[in-house]
Write a protein that binds this ligand. Structure first.
Ligand SMILES: [Mn+2]
Length: 346
């Protein structure tokens, strides 16, 4: 199937099985979600994806706080990565739930496939709400608001809070802006558009401290930079310099501590002159995780989907189970080469 995917400055044709269409009636759908949340009398459990990123935490935390301002009982069973812990107040997040409370709504944010949710079971919800911006989202749930053209789920949450009967405060604006910033690479990725910058402006006006958030989300322990040095030694260039690839071994992760944020190393090798596709492989237990970044017209999503994963045109990922690093590297490189060559008429 051929789809035209709206991404930043234009439309790119992608060959895939994904439904990259935005909601036909976005304002109507936002209102339906706002009404469903406002009318809900039971508890609301918020959940995001495994390995939560800034958007997963930022969007769920902003919505949780908005729901509490509406007088709702909201639970967020999520463990933030260390560099985002500054967003949370003590006791604000819960431990993983073994079972959902009675008559609860499960609000799943930034999750394309419900099997990837973390911290809560999927059975036993009286109502499942699905709010997301992944083109690969399969529209699960009783009510789905899926907007692949949105740069972040937090961007959709910004629009949702605008229509909820709550006032914007710094406490809502800070996690919301963090989600938008992290999913746009602090307004550098190709998904940064006028809607993103307008939302950021509104959130700053509501009290979010942009430069402070930007400073906070980039801080890392010294071990992060020491490990980065070792990972950069694994750099390989392919396809006349259009592909950069590096890897993180299990041994290296163990040497520098499990507490790693090495996913964003891919951001560094994406800035090598001439690179169109950047690949970072991370050995983790019996699997290899791959992060893919692309410049237009190349699609990270196509590479990830070919490897059984998903994501966005500019940034995507996959998990290769049961493969060693050498085999995984070959398979990832083959998928990336196919994406490069697809645009060269091979
Ligand atoms: Mn996201």
């Amino acid at each position: 199937m051929l789809h035209w995917t709206r991404f930043a400055g234009g439309y790119h044709r992608t060959m895939s099985l994904m439904n990259n269409a935005n909601e036909a009636d976005y304002p109507g759908k936002l209102k339906a979600v706002a009404d469903a949340l406002t009318a809900w009398e039971g508890p609301i459990v918020l959940a995001a994806h495994v390995d939560p990123d800034g958007d997963a935490l930022g969007s769920t935390l902003a919505l949780k706080r908005a729901l509490e301002d509406l007088g709702k009982t909201a639970l967020l069973p999520l463990e933030p990565p260390p560099f985002l812990a500054f967003l949370c107040e003590p006791g604000e997040l819960s431990d993983p739930l073994e079972a959902l409370p009675e008559h609860c709504m499960l609000a799943v944010l930034d999750v394309s496939d419900i099997s990837r949710i973390d911290g809560a079971p999927t059975e036993g919800a009286a109502f499942v709400l699905n709010i997301d911006h992944h083109g690969t989202n399969d529209r699960f749930g009783d009510l789905a608001l899926v907007q692949p053209g949105a740069a972040a789920t937090a961007q959709i949450i910004k629009d949702l809070i605008d229509v909820l009967p709550v006032a914007w405060t710094e406490k809502l604006a800070t996690p919301c802006l963090t989600g938008i910033m992290t999913d746009t690479g602090t307004f550098r990725y190709t998904n940064t558009n006028a809607d993103v910058l307008n939302a950021a402006g509104d959130l700053m006006a509501a009290g979010a401290a942009y430069t402070e958030i930007s400073d906070r989300v980039q801080r890392r322990p010294a071990s992060y930079f020491q490990m980065l040095g070792r990972v950069m030694e694994t750099l390989e260039m392919h396809e006349d310099g259009k592909i950069s690839m590096a890897h993180v071994t299990q041994a290296l992760r163990e040497a520098y501590g499990e507490d790693d944020d090495s996913d964003d190393y891919v951001g560094a090798i994406r800035y090598i002159e001439g690179v169109e596709l950047a690949l970072l492989l991370k050995e983790k237990d019996d699997a290899v995780k791959v992060s893919v970044r692309a410049r237009p017209p190349y699609s990270a999503q196509n590479v990830a989907v070919a490897l059984g994963g998903g994501g966005h045109v500019a940034a995507a990922g996959a998990k290769l189970d049961g493969l060693g690093l050498t085999e995984a590297k070959e398979r990832v490189l083959t998928a990336a080469q196919a994406e490069i060559r697809r645009h060269e008429g091979h």
